[in-house]
Design a binder for this molecule. Structure first.
Ligand code: AP5
Length: 217
């Protein structure tokens, strides 16, 4: 099934977790600007150098850098059948840039899914998150622990804590979300493209809600 969707939601709402499930079930790639930026920083590429200080402090990377990344990424062959945007767009200029890209390429958006989690739940989720330093799989020491402490179930590499998952940086990221990204909820609602997924439930239950929405497309 060809699907082109956006996952909206606060930091830690479960966008990455659900994108991985959707990718597996529907065979369309997850396009996470956060993962792309972290990879660019690790490589020390030009984009990585531009992005590093923004990502570390939890601020938004400039819109032109992000739109260039997206334009290149959606031109890759695996995106021809569709994609899941995870963490993009994140500001009004990015949403407008995406609209322009869709117009130029003749593609269209099927749905924007808002994973809705109360902010008070977010801090606990983020500070207990662990990620695989090799394959990027996401765990949570409380709600989704790996089988062996500190070791990735998928590839056996060490799990690490993201540098921007400190209490102070998460608080800042939530402020940035509220100011820049939350207005996109209305942007897509007005276009009749928004679906709200109750995200304060177990990972399987949240995925069932996602599947109901995608099944109706
Ligand atoms: P990014 O990597 O996109 O971070 P984010 O949006 O803040 O989202 P997260 O990855 O933190 O959380 P998530 O919603 O994916 O939750 P997850 O599934 O991991 O961006 C990082 C930075 O890059 C930004 O701050 C910015 O600087 C920059 N950036 C990225 N994109 C940009 C853009 N477009 N423009 C400008 N700058 C950009 O889950 C969180 C935890 O909860 C995990 O431990 C998980 O196991 C657990 N969990 C998940 N679901 C559940 C559940 N249902 N119940 C219980 N626990 C759960």
């Amino acid at each position: 099934m060809a699907i082109r969707i956006i996952l909206l939601g606060a930091p830690g709402s479960g966008k990455g977790t659900q994108s991985a499930r959707i990718q597996e079930a529907y065979g369309v790639p997850q396009i996470s600007t956060g993962d792309m930026l972290r990879a660019a920083i690790a490589e020390g590429s030009a984009v990585g150098k531009k992005a590093e200080s923004f990502v570390k402090s939890g601020a938004l990377v400039p819109d032109d850098v992000i739109l260039d990344l997206i334009r290149d990424r959606v031109a890759k062959p695996d995106a021809a059948k569709g994609f899941i945007f995870d963490g993009f767009p994140r500001s009004l200029p990015q949403a407008e840039g995406l609209d322009r890209l869709f117009t130029e390429t003749g593609m269209s958006l099927d749905r924007a899914l808002l994973i809705d989690v109360p902010y008070e739940r977010i801090l606990a989720r983020m500070t207990s998150r662990r990620v695989c330093g090799n394959c990027g799989a996401v765990y949570n020491v409380i709600t989704q622990p790996p089988q062996k402490d500190g070791v990735c179930d998928r590839c056996g590499s060490a799990l690490v804590q993201r540098e921007d998952d400190t209490v102070e940086t998460v608080r800042h990221r939530l402020d940035v979300y509220e100011a820049n990204t939350a207005p996109l909820i209305e942007y897509y609602r007005k276009r009749d493209l928004l679906s709200v997924v109750p995200g304060d439930a177990g990972v399987d239950q949240v995925f069932r809600s996602v599947q109901e929405i995608l099944g109706a497309l």
